[in-house]
Design a protein around this ligand. Structure first.
Ligand SMILES: [Zn+2]
Length: 317
C-alpha cells in the first residue's frame, strides 16, 4: 500500500465527516494506514455521539469503501460500530425450534442389579407377603469379571443412549458399590415417577454349556402393570437382542421366565422386567460380556427395545 491513497482516503474521510458535521478530533499521523484511521476513530472517546451513530458511520464507511479500493472488508467492518445498526441488533425472526427428540418427556428407571462389594442378608419385603434377603453381590465369569461391573457398565451405556433420544433416566443406585435392597429397587419406579423399570443382570448358571438371554416378569401379576405391559416391555427388548444376534436361552420358550419370587419385579407398580443378558459361566458369553464391544452391543439392543416400547405406548395427554 502506498502513502498516496492513504492520504487521499484520510482526507476524504475528513471531508465526509465534515460534511456530516463531525469534527476530526484525532489527527492522522503521517503514514498511518487507513485501517488504523478507522480503528482509532471508532475507539476515540471524543466523538462518540455522532461517530457512534450508525447512519453517520455507515455513510462514512460506505464512502470509504467506494473511494479506497485497497481497503479490506475487515476495515470496513471495523468502521461500523457494534450495537445498533448491526445485523445482530436487527430484530430477527424467532428460530424454528428443532424437532423434539423422540423420547423427550419420558422417564425411565434403570436398575444395575447388585452392588460391588458385600451384600446383606437383612430381610426385606418380597412383595407377596413374605421376606427375602436385601441383596447379594451377583455372579462373575470364571476369569473373575463380576456381574456388578457388567451391569453397571451396560446400564451406563443404555442411560446415555436413551438420554441422547431425550429421555430422563433414573438409576436405582448412584454408585456401583451402593447397597440398595431389592424391595427399594422394586418400588423405585413408582417412588420416583418413572414410567417403567428395567433391571440389568448377567446370569450365573453353573452348567457352562447353558447360554443365552432371557427376561423375568412377575407372575402371577399383582397389578395391571405386571401383566401384559411388563410382558410387552420384555418382548420389545428380547426382539432387539435377537435381531442383534445374541442367543436366546433355550430353557425359556419365548424368552420369558415367569417368577413369583423376584421382589424387584413383584413390588413394581409400573411395567418392570429383569433381563439376564447372558450366562457369565459360559465361555462364549463370558468373552462377549467381558468385552467393551460386547457390552456396547448389549446396550444398543436394550436401549432400542426400551425406545420401541415407549414409542408404542405414548403418554396420555
Ligand atoms: Zn443378577
Amino acid at each position: 500500500m502506498t502513502s498516496t491513497p492513504v492520504k487521499a482516503g484520510a482526507l476524504f474521510l475528513g471531508a465526509c465527516l465534515a460534511a456530516l458535521g463531525v469534527g476530526l478530533a484525532v489527527a492522522t499521523p503521517v503514514g498511518q494506514t487507513g485501517d488504523s484511521v478507522a480503528a482509532s476513530r471508532s475507539a476515540t472517546p471524543t466523538v462518540p455521539d455522532v461517530a457512534a451513530s450508525p447512519s453517520a458511520s455507515a455513510a462514512a464507511a460506505a464512502d470509504l469503501s467506494r473511494t479506497e479500493t485497497s481497503r479490506t472488508p475487515a476495515a470496513t467492518a471495523t468502521a461500523t460500530p457494534s450495537g445498533t445498526g448491526t445485523p445482530s441488533a436487527t430484530p430477527t425472526p424467532t428460530p424454528t425450534p428443532s424437532p423434539a427428540l423422540p423420547l423427550e418427556g419420558r422417564v425411565v428407571a434403570l436398575d444395575p442389579g447388585h452392588q460391588s462389594g458385600p451384600g446383606s442378608s437383612a430381610q426385606v419385603p418380597n412383595g407377596r407377603g413374605g421376606t427375602k434377603a436385601c441383596n447379594n453381590s451377583g455372579t462373575s465369569t470364571n476369569a473373575g469379571y463380576t456381574e456388578p461391573e457388567f451391569n453397571w457398565d451396560v446400564v451406563a451405556r443404555v442411560k446415555a443412549l436413551l438420554e441422547a433420544q431425550g429421555a430422563t433416566v433414573l438409576l436405582t443406585r448412584e454408585t456401583i458399590d451402593q447397597l440398595v435392597c431389592v424391595d427399594e429397587r422394586g418400588t423405585f419406579a413408582q417412588d420416583h415417577g418413572a414410567e417403567i423399570i428395567v433391571s440389568i443382570h448377567g446370569d450365573g448358571n453353573e452348567n457352562t454349556s447353558v447360554k443365552g438371554f432371557f427376561a423375568i416378569v412377575s407372575d402371577p401379576p399383582l397389578n395391571d402393570a405386571q401383566g401384559a405391559p411388563s410382558q410387552a416391555l420384555a418382548r420389545a427388548v428380547l426382539d432387539r437382542l435377537g435381531e442383534a444376534g445374541f442367543t436366546p436361552n433355550a430353557a425359556y420358550p419365548g424368552g420369558l421366565s415367569y417368577r413369583s419370587d423376584i421382589a424387584g419385579v413383584s413390588l413394581s407398580e409400573r411395567p418392570a422386567v429383569m433381563f439376564e443378558l447372558g450366562e457369565m459361566r459360559n465361555p462364549d458369553e463370558a468373552a462377549l460380556m467381558s468385552s467393551e464391544e460386547g457390552r456396547a452391543q448389549y446396550a444398543e439392543a436394550v436401549a432400542a427395545g426400551i425406545a420401541d416400547y415407549l414409542l408404542a405406548n405414548p403418554l396420555e395427554p
